[in-house]
Design a protein around this ligand. Structure first.
Ligand SMILES: Nc1ncnc2c1ncn2[C@@H]1O[C@H](COP(=O)(O)OP(=O)(O)OP(=O)(O)O)[C@@H](O)[C@H]1O
Ligand SMILES: [Mg+2]
Length: 276
């Protein structure tokens, strides 16, 4: 099966709204010892925007995710969610404020079924603590929500399958379902299609394209068809620095991206803003 037509996938999401940024990353600086991994990195993501982050291995993409999610406090710069500075906030506080990362859910309950995982996720998402979850799972609303989400993410056929028997790709789909169950304002997806079959890749691309219209998405992805099929805007990182930043089509047409990422010849013009 071929990849989803980028035009079709983008048409499934509304254009990025002209509003104040939902997520603002401002002049981030970070280093591990003498290795500088974030060098004055800034980017804004509007509600409804899908922002792609690309760069070679070791460029600092996952580190930037760690900084945004609060797992790393940067040496300099700031992170703002809906205009509120969250640079020093711990990850659980950021999650409560609406920042989700699919990566954080890779500790699925392997012995439970997909349905049970979604029910537990729903309970956590809505803050119903200290209740026997099996009793709660009988509550119609919790079950219905779990089933609806499973349908949206294409997991309906494996609802009663124990997670440890699922393919890697299906487990990743479940991780994304659990992240969406938090009803986040911002979702960080680090290589969502890594390790997936072509069919699973198409499926997850469609599901991401179909995510809630107000969600701000930041996605790292090595599959350029997927990345440019989803992204409204793209930032190219290299050695921790922002090399290019702009509308997806402009970045896609740039010589650097064509040569390094798309394996095609450069074109004569490169209408991309290069940060000073
Ligand atoms: N905890 C750490 N301590 C020291 N160095 C680290 C640490 N985490 C990452 N690095 C280094 O920082 C650099 C950036 O790593 P990072 O994982 O952010 O890159 P990346 O762009 O996500 O790469 P990839 O495409 O391979 O996932 C790499 O050289 C990596 O080896
Ligand atoms: Mg990485």
């Amino acid at each position: 099966m071929s990849a989803v037509d980028p035009v079709d996938a983008q048409a499934m999401r509304p254009p990025a709204l002209e509003r104040a940024p939902r997520l603002r990353v401002e002049s981030i600086h970070h280093a591990f010892g003498s290795l500088v991994v974030s060098d004055d990195v800034s980017l804004d993501i509007a509600p409804g925007e899908c922002h792609g982050l690309i760069g070679p291995n070791g460029a600092g993409k996952s580190t930037l995710f760690d900084i945004i999610a609060g797992e790393i406090i940067p040496l300099g710069g700031g992170v703002h969610l809906d205009g509120k500075e969250i640079t020093g906030e711990p990850p659980d506080r950021r999650a409560r404020l609406g920042l989700a990362r699919s990566f954080q859910h890779n500790d699925l309950f392997a012995e439970l079924t997909v349905r049970e995982n979604l029910i537990v996720g729903g309970i956590v998402a809505h803050g119903i603590g200290h209740v026997a979850w099996r009793a709660l799972a009988r509550e119609r609303s919790v079950c219905e929500k779990a089933e609806m989400l499973a349908m949206r993410l294409g997991l309906e056929d494996v609802l009663d399958t124990e997670v440890h028997t699922l393919s890697y790709g299906t487990r990743r789909q479940l991780e994304i379902a659990l992240a969406l169950e938090m009803e986040p304002k911002v979702l960080l997806l680090d290589e969502p299609t890594a390790g997936m079959s072509p069919e699973e890749t198409v499926h997850i691309q469609e599901r991401i394209a179909d995510s809630p219209p107000d969600l701000a998405l930041l996605i790292v992805e090595h599959d350029m068809d997927v990345l440019f099929g989803l992204a409204d805007r793209v930032t190219v990182l290299d050695y921790g620095r922002v090399l290019l930043q702009g509308d997806a089509e402009e970045v896609r047409a740039s010589d650097i991206v064509r040569q390094r990422y798309l394996g095609t010849d450069p074109v004569p013009t490169t209408p991309v803003s290069i940060p000073s």
